[in-house]
Design a protein around this ligand. Structure first.
Ligand code: CA
Length: 484
């Protein structure tokens, strides 16, 4: 597919500097990085990533399409109750798949949330507890997804999958953390935590890259990511692929083309209107990717996840987490409970809503098992394969308990009980079955439950390590790293 709005401009980073005086060629660079990725595909705690896989009982190894949205609030989809926003294509995923009303991320911030998503492990197990700080800090300090950890891309690549990431990386900006050294064959996007949607060569952040080559253009970035995703789908229609489509929308800066803004003349708040426009562009992109899968005849054999990386931020991007309390950066439900949709027409039921808690920790084992991977060889994974549960083969909920920790702030959920420690306050306890808004602290009324959850948290926490880096600044009651 042609790319009329972009062209290769240079190479990025120290590795790029060494290549800057030589003719660059995307095929050569890609092959070189492919070999690097093979050599560096570490597999901490998951021996199975290096084994050849049997085919699944369906006889089909599905494509894995992981759509990760940035800072999308719990109520910011039509299928989640939004009245002013329009998300028909994402809604169609829910209508033809499974919508989880208690889907969680492992952190209320971008980078640590992605560290768990990519590894299937609580990020506190390996020190990726805090956000990364700004791009200058990421380039000068040893900050990124630890090389000791295998990624889902490592696992699927070793099972014969074509692997690609399009969009925001935010798991390290140095050469050694580059996605093509973490199991991905292909990368189109940016390494930091945020980016202008119009200025591809935004000097305050990292450039847009294809592999390690700087690409310049002026296409609306969300549209560019969708176009690249469609291209990836078509190019890999004859073999199973893993595409991590990591949109930076609807993260700040709030920027949208007029054609998308014109779709929402009735939204009076300008930030909310821009957010609606940004999300509408993203939703159109999801529609284009679905259309591409249809054209290739692979739609039924594609396992799709569509999840937000953390809760919304009412101020910066006018997102809405109702009826949940608080938002991004906080351990209340609004920071960690997010839109969470899974769809696999060939194998999973359609149009159902599940309230049992699930986690982005489950993406790795669910995808890996679907690909024929042997989970019994992945002893360190904290997530579970959701497929047996969703197909009705296993009746108990996937998780008895879930836990969160970011510095002095922490939380635990067991059943409908939720423990929150928002430093420097006292522990709080909520009954989510009666109080999803966490408005009524019952810690004093139920000291027995409080002690039980604190005990479970302590046992979970005993297996964690110290943070590998710390935040440079604190904001409000929580240790909130800068978003980019
Ligand atoms: Ca985010």
């Amino acid at each position: 597919m042609s790319k009329p709005d972009s062209h290769i401009e240079g190479v990025y980073g120290p590795e790029g500097a060494r290549q800057a005086n030589r003719r660059t060629d995307s095929t050569r660079i890609g092959r070189r990085d492919f070999l690097i990725a093979l050599a560096s595909a570490t597999a901490a705690g998951c021996a199975g990533v290096h084994r050849a896989a049997p085919w699944t009982s369906s006889g089909v190894r599905p494509n894995i399409l992981l759509i990760f949205v940035d800072d999308l609030g719990y109520a910011d989809l039509g299928c989640q109750g939004a009245g002013d926003l329009k998300t028909p294509y994402i809604d169609s995923l829910a209508r033809t798949g499974i919508r989880f009303t208690s889907g969680y991320v492992t952190a209320p911030l971008c980078s640590p949330s992605r560290a768990a998503l990519m590894t299937g492990r609580y990020q506190q197990r390996f020190g990726h507890e805090y956000n990364t700080g700004n791009i200058q800090r990421q380039q000068t300090e040893d900050i990124g997804l630890p090389l000791s950890q295998a990624t889902l891309a490592d696992a699927l690549k070793n099972h014969g999958y074509a692997t690609g990431v399009i969009g925001k990386w935010h798991l390290g900006a140095q050469d050694k953390f580059h996605p093509q050294r973490r199991g991905f064959d292909e990368f189109f996007g940016f390494l930091g935590g945020g980016h202008s949607y119009f200025e591809w060569d935004d000097s305050r952040r990292t450039p847009i890259l294809r592999g390690i080559e700087i690409v310049r253009g002026d296409e609306y970035l969300t549209d560019a990511f969708s176009r690249e995703a469609v291209d990836f789908v078509h190019r890999h229609k004859d073999r199973p692929f893993f595409l991590y489509l990591s949109y930076n929308a609807v993260h700040t800066p709030m920027q949208a083309p007029q054609e998308y803004l014109d779709r929402f003349p009735g939204i009076p708040d300008p930030t909310r209107r821009t957010m609606a426009a940004m999300l509408s562009a993203l939703d159109d992109g999801v529609g284009r990717v679905l259309q591409a899968l249809q054209e290739d005849g692979t739609e039924k054999d594609t396992l799709i996840f569509c999840i937000s990386d953390n809760g919304g931020t009412a101020g910066p991007n006018a997102s809405v987490n109702q009826p949940l309390r608080s938002g991004k950066g906080h351990m209340y439900e609004g920071g960690i409970r997010v839109p969470f949709i899974v769809r696999w027409p060939r194998m999973l039921p359609a149009g159902i809503v599940v309230d049992s808690p699930v986690s982005t920790l489950d993406v790795f084992p669910t995808a890996f098992a679907a690909a024929g991977g042997a989970l019994d060889e992945c002893s360190s994974l904290d997530g579970v394969d959701l497929s047996p549960y969703l197909k009705g083969d296993v009746m108990p909920p996937p998780h008895q308990s879930l836990f969160w920790r970011m510095g002095a702030n922490s939380a635990a959920r067991k059943g409908d009980w939720k423990l929150v420690k928002a430093a420097p306050g006292k522990p709080e306890l909520y009954d989510l079955s009666a109080d999803i808004a966490e408005a009524h602290d019952v810690a004093q009324a139920r000291p027995d439950i409080l002690r039980e959850l604190e005990g479970e948290y302590s046992r979970w926490n005993a297996a964690n390590v110290e943070p590998a880096w710390h935040v440079l600044r604190l904001s409000g009651a929580g240790a909130r790293g800068t978003a980019r």
